[in-house]
Design a protein around this ligand. Structure first.
Ligand SMILES: [Zn+2]
Length: 333
């Protein structure tokens, strides 16, 4: 076994939010968490050598950004990873786990790292592809077909109408548990779906480019409604309509699905199965890798793997994605 240098690797990358001050208490908490993660990893060694390694290590990304200027166009920092962090993360994945395409998972295997990008942000075409190629990692982006013509999703409209990123975060979070009618009323009150950052999501042409780079496309519903809050008819339309739109426009039937916000229940899983999907991925849920329709993923952002001084911590990243540290309160999109 190679030396496990990754737990205390060189401090080479700082996160895009580093200039934001971290209070003394938060510094102490981060330091203790980092030291605990390093100690646990030193003790147990690389994930593949564990007595009970996780079957599926799912990584849910959204935007990958180069600098603060790019980061500022997003209302929620929990959806962002720096390109520098992303490169180090993919190196760790390629060294210590088994990078696996989302549709090629075998439940009997160990440590299959599955990389996904929810919502098909345009920015991943230029910021994630070079790193994915460098480390030979397959990835899937999960598409809402309503955004392929430049339209926004409901949470973009709501988020961009709020006076501050914090207000936006809380308002969107509040509406994630609302009915379709309540969501649509809130969208209409903000001026409709064209409000907010346009050109944020990949068009069909850009999705073809993504596929031409060897990457995959998966289903994510048509409009990103949270499937556990909609009626049966809407749920079926959202799932089947999305799947056939992808098939019609890209010439390939998606094999995998990601639940919007990671939320699923019995009727939702049944709808996914009835639509023909073999694998579906949640976020920050309870899946342990034994049910193909609730495969686990962690939401990846800079904050989860930043040490007390604002640098990338390999130990924190590995401990978080392999489930060594407790899962946070749900935060996904
Ligand atoms: Zn999403």
């Amino acid at each position: 076994m190679k030396a496990f240098w990754t737990v205390d690797g060189p401090r080479t990358a700082s996160c895009v939010h580093r200039s934001q001050p971290v209070g003394p208490r938060a510094r102490v908490r981060r330091r203790l968490k980092r030291m605990a993660a390093e100690a646990m990893l030193r003790l147990q060694g690389p994930p593949l050598s564990w007595a009970r390694p996780p079957a599926v290590v799912g990584l849910a990304y959204h935007g990958v950004v180069q600098d603060r200027a790019e980061a500022l166009s997003y209302y929620d920092p929990h959806l962002l990873t720096s390109t520098a962090f992303f490169d180090l993360q993919m190196e760790l994945v390629s060294r210590w786990l088994r990078p696996t395409a989302a549709g090629d998972v075998r439940l009997s295997d160990a440590c299959q790292a599955v990389v996904g990008f929810d919502d098909a942000f345009t920015i991943i075409l230029r910021n994630a592809i070079p790193t994915l190629h460098r480390w030979r990692i397959p990835a899937t982006t999960y598409v809402n077909d309503a955004t392929t013509d430049g339209a926004c999703l409901w949470h973009d409209v709501i988020g961009s109408a709020c006076p501050s990123p914090t207000a936006a975060y809380h308002r969107v979070r509040e509406l994630k548990g609302a009915s379709v009618r309540q969501v649509e009323e809130a969208v209409a009150a903000c001026g409709g779906r064209q409000r907010g950052p346009l050109d944020r999501y990949m068009s069909w042409d850009e999705l073809r480019k993504w596929r031409a780079e060897g990457m995959e496309v998966g289903g994510h519903t048509t409009t990103h409604y949270i499937l556990t809050y909609v009626d049966d008819e809407t749920r079926e339309q959202e799932v089947r309509g999305n799947r056939s739109a992808i098939a019609r426009n890209l010439g390939v039937v998606p094999a995998t699905f990601a639940y919007p916000n990671g939320d699923h229940d019995g009727p939702t899983r049944q709808a996914i199965k009835d639509a023909g999907y073999e694998f579906a991925y949640e976020v920050e849920g309870t899946g342990d890798g034994t049910d193909p329709l609730s495969l686990p993923r962690r939401n990846i952002c800079d904050a989860m793997c930043t040490d007390e001084d604002g640098y990338f911590s390999p130990a924190l990243f590995l401990a978080e994605i392999t489930g060594m540290v407790p899962k946070p309160t749900r935060s996904a999109s």
